[in-house]
Design a protein around this ligand. Structure first.
Ligand code: DHB
Ligand code: MG
Length: 224
């Protein structure tokens, strides 16, 4: 807990109250996150809206998400792509997927979302083998040690111009420690190094503070 964390929370509450009203479906999705295997891991409301707006700015109609949990970000993404869009979201646990499906139903977007249950790398491999049409936008927000594998799968499932966003790349600042014993930190560092090495990818990263503490996003644009 940082001394300033209370102030970060107050500012987030002010921004959310002012600009990012949540409807009952979003509130329900956020609250039901408590019943998943990873409570409170969902993005903040203003972050969910950032994802939705990035999708819309990119003109995305096909979205792939690694890590569903209760489907909070999935609702934001599904609403962003509109009635003719599609979201594929990959979730390890059937228990979480069932919660997500109920939330997507309540949000009125269940018909445009496929929740695929099982290890995300395996689900993504199946999408690749099936020759799935490229995705325009990818949100990587599942188990962090697998970030490099999820990036590689994303490159097989996107096209030049696609956007890839990766959550939780700061982790209270621990990302700067090359010797971190935390395999989640190593998963972030490895994926950032791969992005940097890949001539097809252009990227930046941003720190965030707020209701989710001190963390951040990487935003990647595929250029080739
Ligand atoms: C963790 C994962 C998340 O996706 C998140 O948003 C917050 C925390 C975690 O692995 O601890
Ligand atoms: Mg996350």
């Amino acid at each position: 807990m940082y001394e300033s964390e209370g102030a970060w929370r107050e500012v987030d509450a002010y921004f959310v109250d002012t600009l990012v009203p949540e409807d009952p479906a979003l509130i329900g999705a956020r609250e039901s996150g408590q019943r998943t295997t990873m409570p409170q891991a969902e993005v903040a409301p203003n972050q969910g809206k950032l994802l939705a707006m990035l999708c819309q700015i990119a003109g995305a109609t096909r979205v792939l998400e690694f890590g569903t949990l209760a489907g909070y970000s999935t609702v934001w993404l599904a609403r962003a792509v509109g009635v003719d869009g599609r979201v594929t979201t990959l979730e390890l646990e059937e228990h979480n997927a069932a919660i997500a499906r109920a939330n997507l139903d309540r949000a009125g977007v269940a018909d445009r979302v496929d929740v695929l249950v099982g290890p995300a790398a395996e689900s993504a491999q199946r999408l690749i083998e099936d020759g799935t049409e490229p995705y325009d936008f990818v949100f990587i927000d599942a188990d962090k040690p697998s970030n490099p594998a999820y990036l590689r799968a994303s490159l097989a499932l996107t096209r030049p111009g696609s956007v890839i966003v990766i959550d939780n790349v700061v982790r209270n600042g621990s990302v700067t420690d090359p010797d971190s014993p935390d395999d989640r930190v190593q998963g972030v560092r490895a994926v950032l190094a791969e992005i940097a090495r890949d001539a097809r990818l252009d990227a930046t990263a941003l720190q965030t503070v707020g209701s989710k503490g001190w963390d951040g996003f990487t935003i990647v644009r595929r250029t080739g």
